[in-house]
Design a protein around this ligand. Sequence first.
Ligand SMILES: Cc1cc2nc3c(=O)[nH]c(=O)nc-3n(C[C@H](O)[C@H](O)[C@H](O)COP(=O)(O)O)c2cc1C
Ligand SMILES: CCCCC(=O)C(=O)O
Length: 394
Amino acid sequence: MTRSPAPRLRGAPTRQAAQRATPQAAQEASGTGPATGLLARLRDQARARLDPVHWDFFEGGADGERAVAENEAAFRRLALLPRVLRGSGPARTTVDLPGAPDTLPVVVAPTAFHKLAHPAGEAATARAAAAAGAVLTTSMASTTAVGEVAAAARAVRPEAAVWFQLYLQPEPAVTRELVRRAEAAGCTALVVTVDSPVFGRRARDDRNRFHDLPPGYAAENMRDLPGGPPGSTRPIAMSPALSWADLAALRAATRLPVLVKGVLHPEDARIAVAEGVAGVVVSNHGGRQLDAAPAALEALPAVADAVAGRVPVLLDGGVRSGADVVTALALGATAVGVGRPVLWGLAADGERGAARVLAELREQTAHVLTLCGSADCAGVTRDQVVRRGGQAPW
Ligand SMILES: Cc1cc2nc3c(=O)[nH]c(=O)nc-3n(C[C@H](O)[C@H](O)[C@H](O)COP(=O)(O)O)c2cc1C
Ligand SMILES: CCCCC(=O)C(=O)O
């Protein structure tokens, strides 16, 4: 198996390195995304607080950042047709997900390096997610070890669900040890990210020469793994040689349900279900891998059709409001993931900021479901989604 040369971040980032001299950089800095209200305020506060190099790492995407922009734009192209007089009452906003019964349909997507957003890092995010009744997907590239993250969540709510996101490592012993740690931590599912045969090319990080974590921070799950000197961390490897056989080996090695994250092609979704996965996450990795990928939302209906209700389908990428959540539910998702908005909340105000993001999305989702005449998350349907200014697309 080959290793990507890129994913180990190298070289020290500095504030000065984030020179925003080009027109593209000025546009990036202006933050013209579609988040509104509380989320937009937290985003602006996060940008003001963060080292610009770290802001760029969180906010940026691959190459020309077309896929990042498309994720959000795809939601803006659609509208919801409410149904009326259905007597459905206030909407119930919980769903059942693998290892997470009765949970919010908004999952915290795995994102790396939360201590760059706030010194309290992933433990703060875990407490916020637990308080909101949301699943936290904790990243393999977290700056806090999975055991500590899961313990922080359970201290708030003993039944809080934490999923562990995993990049399959070329050395099976390393993958097995990561899985063992996730199981020991009490994680209730594994989320295997399959859209990263190599690391995406991140223009902002290259421009900023952001290739390593600042002193004192490390990818803590990668510490003390087989084959390395005691106490050391090893880089996260990405490999284009991985195949469905490696996924099958993982499934055989764990009792946990396994979801695959980063599926866009309906045929891959069909294969994943046939392979026995517990869920499929439709995602273009927040626009950070293949820049030519479509918006996750645009790939969702075909994937949902291919899966045909056999396992839950999740979507992440560009979800910024309750209306976005409901649009994804109507197009076949069981739940959505949110990445950057949680980081905005965390950077702006630590645990409280992350909790406010999730509470806001929960309230907006309940409100929009009720306005759409739906009694629950499964009650909105594809015919209720129309293209703005044009014909129904489906
Ligand atoms: C800063 C950052 C770090 C990320 N790190 C990971 C990661 O470690 N593993 C992973 O599978 N996905 C990672 N992602 C992708 C997210 O899980 C998710 O697919 C994406 O952020 C969703 O889009 P959104 O940010 O528009 O909500 C990361 C995304 C961001 C923005
Ligand atoms: C090696 C870190 C991977 C983090 C990641 O997945 C991302 O930045 O998108």
